[in-house]
Design a protein around this ligand. Sequence first.
Ligand code: HEM
Length: 512
Amino acid sequence: MKEFTFSEVQHHNKENDLWIVIDSKVYDLSKFANLHPGGVSVLLAKSVAGQDATNAFYGLHRQEVLSRPQYARLVMGRIQGEEETFKIPIPGTISKVPYAEATWLADGFHTPYFKENHRKFHKAIRTFFEEVVRPEALRCEESGKRISQEVVDKLSEMEIIAMRMGPGKHLQGRKLIGGIVQPEEFDYFHEYILNTEMARFGTRGFMDGMLNGAIISLPPVLKYAPVELYERVVPEVLSGKKYISLAITEAFAGSDVNGLQTTAIREGNYWIVNGTKKWITNGTFSDYFTVGCKTEKGLTVLLIERTDGVNTKAIKTAYSSAAGTAYVTFDNVRVPVANTLVQMDKGLSVILSNFNHERWAIICGALGAQRMIVEECMKWAAQRIVFGKPLSSQAVIRSKLAKMISRVEACQNWVESITDQMNHMSHEQVSDKLAGRIALLKQFVTKCGRETAEDATQVFGGRALTTTGMGKVVENYHRTSGYDSILGGTEDILRDLGVRQAMKKMPKEARL
Ligand code: HEM
């Protein structure tokens, strides 16, 4: 790279002949100045034109701006004898910002839960997500387009779709992340890593679009489908060739699954299904739907294929339509009886037993996102200069940071302890012992997340209100953190469930 002295740079300080230095690199902005989104005048200011504008730059732009190809081209050399300080982290790097990582990932800390294999797995996942998924996530979040087949194929090659269903026999014979973890070794801490890592891009809509529909709709197929149906549908979904959604919620009934109005009426070897479903994640592009229907005596869960009479319509929501959120209608849909996922009229138990894993997965994602917001705020408070000092020199900002850190650390420890319990319990034990605790944990994590979203917005000020620029990650989080607090059960419902479950187990002899 060509080298310059600082005094050489200083001569180029006017329109059409404009150089600046950012972190030891010399940029020629002569042609770019008129195209600069922040305007030309700011670049011609005395403190910027021909000067070292590192602090001015980092007060106004995210680091990623400089790595965009159209801007990276503006570099013409570097200052003699100087080294760059702010290196763009290579994919897979562990952040050194205090509290930006869970303790188990931070240098010099210990963990009773995560083993060497989890660390290897984490490194591979973070690298893969940052190299392959992140660029796609940013593109889709903005355009509203669904995840491309190319990226889905890469996810399936790594067996990420299969791993997101959790540990189990569906992993047998699969080469997970090229063989880094053996199918029988894969546990809920591995799955926790997948869920937290995918939440780190500030792209909440895309995150649901990254086939979150499958993690809630395929488990009933894995558990209850007759052999023939299983052997056809499961390989298609886990290889990313077909998509699947859970269709339970209706405009008529959300958390009250008993109030569903979609009906399935038996006619010989078929069910005739009529009704509507709302807020169906991935519904706009799904081939299969795991559907809760009202039948003569109760509820039945059917696997319905996208055939005649099944229609989906995109619903506009607060987050990106990359999630594929749909309104689904079933009009006289003929569903083979062989597509019944559970013995007739036992549907409610299928739906309810599915909720614990779904809620836990949402918790992990919400935790990953909350932690990423703490990192954003720590960095911003350190680099933003106000009244001649870093933002962190203000006690009120430090107080907000303290609250954010305390919340995320409390959530982290509770999540790790519940995840450990899941590793040691059967499906039935989880339903019996953890349903209430997972419900309480979820409402706690999402409430903390929403409080952190509020604090982060105050810390970033106006920047947290724009979808581009410095505060874009906080803006996305503030706009979308409510999703975690609603999907899989609202906070109020979960608080109630948690306490009801505890009350059921109160010993009769307990007295003050
Ligand atoms: C290589 C040099 C630079 C490049 C490539 C660049 C690029 C950009 C881009 C892409 C934006 C849009 C917002 C974003 O995506 O972050 C922007 C905004 C802006 N830039 Fe620059 N910029 C450069 C240097 C500077 C410098 C030295 C200043 C000094 C004051 C400056 C001041 C601004 C301002 C005031 C805004 C508007 C910020 C806002 O809306 O909050 N830029 N710049």
